[in-house]
Design a protein around this ligand. Structure first.
Ligand code: UD2
Ligand code: MN
Length: 350
């Protein structure tokens, strides 16, 4: 009798063991069975269990996720540099400001391809330059909306690694475009290793995307032919509107002067600084560097300041002590929109 019971027990134990082994071999989720199995065994062991688990894993995890897991461990290989002449450019553009556009509508149009703060870089090549676009701003939301709607696609097609910085003057003291530009330069550099700075009015939209927002060996003036001036350069020394300097060039001239309150003169003073520091300016061909300026009157608290014209005669005296090295301001707020970074600042207006 005892012998029979022992045989029955032995047989049932053998049966249970066999069932368990079969379950192991066909189990879909190996981790349930071997929760503490180290990852490398699953991936690469040549042991019988290892091979078995690998097989199970392959079934469970589709190839794509295996690839992702593999690439996330190693840095992606560097992309080739973007072509010198981007292939996606289209040339002349249709630009009009009659259509009423809201910021939300522009967000809906472009938001999905941008990164927070109005940033973008080409997905398939390494951009030739890292470009910060600085816009001096106060109370021109309608202009900003048009600008963002038209410029983002242009900058993307130009394959730049770029960010848009709207520097908003807080309060209603005298406007100071130049100081806002200096602040934009300093603040953008805190965020990213930009090497080229575009200083652009909010109301200027290019009408040809071959006009590249890229720095060159000398400071560059892009807004050559504006509709407001019948597409003619207003003067050979003009440097207002849209101008570009590398970090090195901007440091060399000590940035803009901080002391041009109200309208006028700060662009001429920057031109003088460039000449005083032994550089010259370059411009694209007038047939390409064409712009439309959104129509506007003179803003409140940005009246013509006659003192500014006088000051442009003294650039050489002031360049050493008035500029980036004497800049003081207070950041009131930094707001990250998908279309831009808005930095509100107290410029300490007199
Ligand atoms: C000219 C220059 C500009 C600048 C200015 C004198 C060109 C094409 N443009 O522009 O670069 O030298 O004269 O300061 O040469 N802004 C605001 N809110 C304000 C006031 C100004 O956002 O309340 C900003 C805005 O980005 C605007 C820019 O400052 O585009 C220049 O002011 P403007 O448009 O009134 O001056 P404008 O067109 O005479
Ligand atoms: Mn203007």
């Amino acid at each position: 009798m005892k012998k029979k019971i022992t045989i029955i027990l032995a047989l049932s134990a053998l049966f249970t063991l066999t069932c368990f082994t079969v379950f192991l071999l066909h189990s879909k989720d190996a981790s349930l069975v071997f929760p503490s199995l180290p990852q490398q065994v699953v991936k690469g062991s040549r042991s019988v269990f290892g091979k078995m688990m690998d097989h199970i894993r392959v079934k469970k995890i589709p190839d794509v996720s295996r690839k992702t897991a593999a690439t996330s461990a190693q840095p992606a290989p560097p992309l080739d540099p973007c072509p010198d002449s981007p292939l996606s450019l289209v040339g002349p553009l249709l630009v009009e400001f009659e259509t009423i556009r809201s910021l939300q509508w522009v967000r809906n149009q472009l938001g999905s391809v941008l990164q927070q703060g109005g940033r973008h870089k080409p997905p398939d090549c390494t951009a030739r330059q890292k470009v910060a676009v600085i816009i001096p701003f106060r109370n021109r939301y309608e202009h900003l909306t048009h600008w963002l709607y038209y410029l983002h696609p242009v900058l993307m097609r130009q394959q730049l690694d770029y960010g848009v910085y709207v520097i908003n003057q807080d309060g209603d003291g005298a406007f100071n475009r130049a100081k806002l530009m200096n602040i934009g330069f300093v603040e953008a550099l805190k965020e990213y290793d930009y090497d080229c700075f575009v200083f652009s009015d909010v109301d200027l939209v290019p009408i040809d995307d071959r006009n590249l927002y890229r720095c060159s060996d000398h400071p560059r003036h892009l807004s050559v032919a504006i509709d407001k001036f019948n597409y003619r350069l207003s003067s050979v020394t003009a440097f207002g509107g849209v101008s570009l300097l590398t970090e090195e060039q901007f440091l060399k001239v000590n940035g803009f002067s901080n002391t041009f309150w109200g309208w006028g003169g700060e662009d001429d003073d920057l031109y003088n600084r460039i000449i005083v520091r032994g550089m010259s300016i370059t411009r694209p061909d007038a047939g390409i560097a064409k712009y439309k300026m959104i129509k506007h009157g003179r803003d409140l608290h940005n009246e013509v300041n006659p003192e500014n014209a006088v000051k442009t005669k003294k650039t050489a005296e002031n360049i050493e002590t008035d500029g980036l090295n004497s800049l003081n301001f207070t950041v009131k707020e930094i707001l990250k929109d998908v279309l831009f970074t808005l930095i509100s600042v107290d410029v300490q207006a007199p």
